[in-house]
Design a protein around this ligand. Structure first.
Ligand code: MTE
Ligand code: MO
Length: 337
């Protein structure tokens, strides 16, 4: 591992506003309770540094205690090595964004109350065979593998995760999409009775996301059902979440209940809140700054924190660049936010 000296133009940690502080700007959060959660600029970033010092000291083992994923899936040789060290499980699983359970990075304890028994996934819209399928039955119907990939949050931090799951294309044989379908829309749960972050109804719950059919059919578009050899940790978005390693992390929606094939471009949770900052495409690009901070570098979360240059498409251009050929002129920098 080499260390890169921070250039003068690189952003300072304190300059980055966590996603949730952006909500304030459009007046979505109203009232004293909401304000108190957002009134400490830089608090979450400071907490990140502070946590770095705590890693290895706090006993978080009970929040990592998930059963092994069985049968053990084969490692996809194409994605056996992310070119960086895999983030330690206890670090990755205690530094999360999951706003349903609060706006801090340390929601790992709160997220344990998410009920995942009896989970079903509805796949509907422009398909020949719409269905609601028990999560266990879905697992039996698809080819599961393990892959190690990079994850880059729009806030400027990154990790490497060993996910267990299956490419979205595996859904095709289950529901047979119609030729007119142009997008996939994903919807998470809405359970304010268990998810404390959803009790404030000023955000457009449930969390939703969307991609084009072409993006969904890319080999990198992955539905995650396990991590670190285990059944998926609740804080990672159990029992099933999306992972799109070439896009900013907010696209990778957690705890999916519904997947809809549609001919209308979905408007996501974040796009509804702050379209200028969290757009539909959200492809990782170091050259296009977020309106409020640079995306040129990223902080690699780990035992020893490093700041490294961010790479276009998070380094997955070989797989995805062709998806955007010709679109740059049409969408300009909107492809990158
Ligand atoms: N349902 C839901 N999905 C979500 C989020 C969320 O708040 N709710 N946060 C997103 C963001 S901003 C990021 S960076 C990743 C974080 O995934 P991780 O906790 O596995 O690192 O989840 C994404 N998916
Ligand atoms: Mo994120």
């Amino acid at each position: 591992m080499h260390f890169i000296r921070r250039p003068s133009w690189a952003l300072k940690e304190s300059a980055v506003t966590p996603e949730h502080l952006a909500l304030n700007r459009r007046g979505f959060l109203r009232g004293a309770a909401a304000l108190s959660a957002t009134a400490i600029p830089g608090a979450a970033a400071a907490q990140g540094n502070f946590l770095g010092k705590l890693f290895g000291q706090a006993d978080v083992s009970q929040y990592l205690d998930f059963p092994p994923f069985e049968p053990k899936p084969a490692l996809n040789p194409e994605y056996a090595d992310a070119g960086r060290e895999v983030t330690a499980e206890r670090i990755n699983a205690t530094y999360n964004n999951f706003y349903e359970f609060g706006t801090s990075k340390t929601i790992y304890a709160e997220a344990q109350v998410l009920p995942t028994d009896g989970w079903t996934v509805t796949i509907d819209g422009m398909v020949e065979e719409a269905k609601t399928i028990a999560f266990e039955d879905l697992l039996k119907a698809v080819q599961i593998e393990e892959r190690v990939v990079r994850h880059r949050c729009v806030e400027g931090w990154s990790m490497v995760a060993p996910w267990i799951g299956f490419p979205i294309t595996e859904l095709n044989k289950l529901v047979k999409p119609l030729s007119g379908a142009k997008y996939l829309r994903f919807e998470s749960f809405d359970k304010p009775e268990v998810a404390s972050g959803q009790r404030s109804r000023t955000s457009p719950w449930p969390y939703t996301e969307g991609v084009t059919i072409e993006e969904a059919q890319n080999e990198l578009s992955f539905l995650v059902v396990g991590a670190y050899g285990k059944v998926l940790h609740k804080q990672f978005g159990a029992p099933i979440r999306l992972h799109l390693p070439w896009k900013y992390g907010f696209k990778s929606i957690k705890s999916i209940e519904r997947i809809t094939f549609t001919d209308e471009r979905p408007v996501s949770y974040w796009e509804e809140l702050q379209a200028r900052e969290y757009g539909f495409w959200a492809n990782v690009n170091p050259e296009v700054a977020h309106p409020r901070w640079s995306q040129a570098t990223e902080r690699v979360i780990g035992e020893v924190e490093q700041r490294i240059p961010t790479v276009i498409y998070n380094g997955y251009g070989e797989q995805v660049a062709s998806l955007y050929a010709g679109l740059e002129a049409k969408y300009a920098d909107r492809l990158w936010r």
